[in-house]
Design a protein around this ligand. Structure first.
Ligand code: CAA
Length: 259
């Protein structure tokens, strides 16, 4: 496994865990960290032994945003030519397997945006979400104005992006930003449980389901429904569809073989 300096990786059963690990900077997302994260995500996505990926941080911070000190002196030509933030940050959106963000503490700026790029967000009771970029004289640059608005609606997103107000976990759940809130000591166990559940299912069906839900963000209802129908029909070409339906009829657990 590659040697990383700013993330820790671990595998439990069929679930990979990637932990952002820059505690002194509250996991500020510098270029090196994002390069390492991209590499780890691509590696686990390509590994047939892995069914799901959990992305987490520390108890104090999932991530406090892009690294402000690293960005501070950058110029427009430099950020433009480097396509800052796109290139390094989009790795998680290209992962085919489900990615679960397990968020404790601060998920601010790029931290909130990174969590929103994941498929499911589980939040610990101490989680805090926010887009405070406006305080720095800029705006969210990794999808915050778009994904937050789609997740929680215009008025709340506008308030958060314009005033930097943070949301606590309770409000984030009420606003549909997160799937569930759990006690802090249950965050990783619950994320792993979710990953293990996904590992028992048909991998092609899970990947297609993820793609279909994501399509809802990119297209019209009519096109999305058509995409879903074709994807649903295509799954009848898998052995797992035969196995899943036979297992139901025979009143036994399905044994999916991911084909
Ligand atoms: N970048 C660089 N360093 C950061 C950082 C960041 N985003 N967030 C925290 N740190 C560093 C602090 O500078 C500090 O380092 P030193 O000990 O060397 O001074 C260390 O982490 C601990 O932070 P604090 O002392 O500030 O901790 P706190 O508990 O008092 O406050 C906090 C926590 C409220 C999260 C505060 O650190 C904070 O406001 N951080 C910045 C949040 C922010 O503005 N994020 C948006 C970044 S811009 C962005 O993300 C753009 C985008 O869209 C991608």
């Amino acid at each position: 496994m590659a040697a990383y300096e700013m993330i820790l990786t671990e595998v439990q059963g069929k679930v990979a865990i990637i932990r952002l690990n820059r505690p002194k900077a509250l996991n500020a997302l510098c270029d090196q960290l994002m390069e390492e994260l991209g590499q780890a995500l691509r590696g686990f996505d390509a590994d047939p032994e892995i069914a799901a990926i959990v992305l987490t941080g520390s108890e104090k911070a999932f991530a406090a945003g892009a690294d402000i000190k690293e960005m501070q002196s950058r110029t427009y030509p430099a950020v433009y030519l480097d396509d800052f933030i796109g290139k390094r940050w989009e790795a998680v959106t290209h992962v085919q397997k489900p990615v679960i963000a397990a968020v404790a503490g601060y998920a601010l700026g790029g931290g909130c945006e990174l969590a929103m790029m994941c498929d499911i967000i589980l939040a610990a009771e101490n989680a805090k979400f926010g887009q405070p970029e406006i305080n720095l004289g800029v705006i969210p640059g990794a999808g915050g104005t778009q994904r937050l608005t789609r997740a929680i609606g215009k008025s709340k997103a506008m308030e958060m992006v314009l005033t930097a107000r943070m949301m606590d976990a309770t409000e984030a759940e009420r606003a549909n930003l997160v799937a569930r809130v759990v006690p802090l000591d249950q965050l990783l166990p619950e994320a792993l449980k979710l990953g293990e559940k996904l590992a028992t299912l048909s991998a092609p069906a899970v990947a297609v389901a993820k793609e279909a839900v994501n399509r809802a963000y990119e297209t019209t209802l009519a096109e999305g429904v058509k995409f879903e129908r074709r994807a649903f029909q295509a799954l009848f070409a898998t052995e797992d569809q035969k196995e899943g339906m036979a297992a139901f009829a025979e009143k036994r657990p399905a044994q999916f073989r991911n084909r």
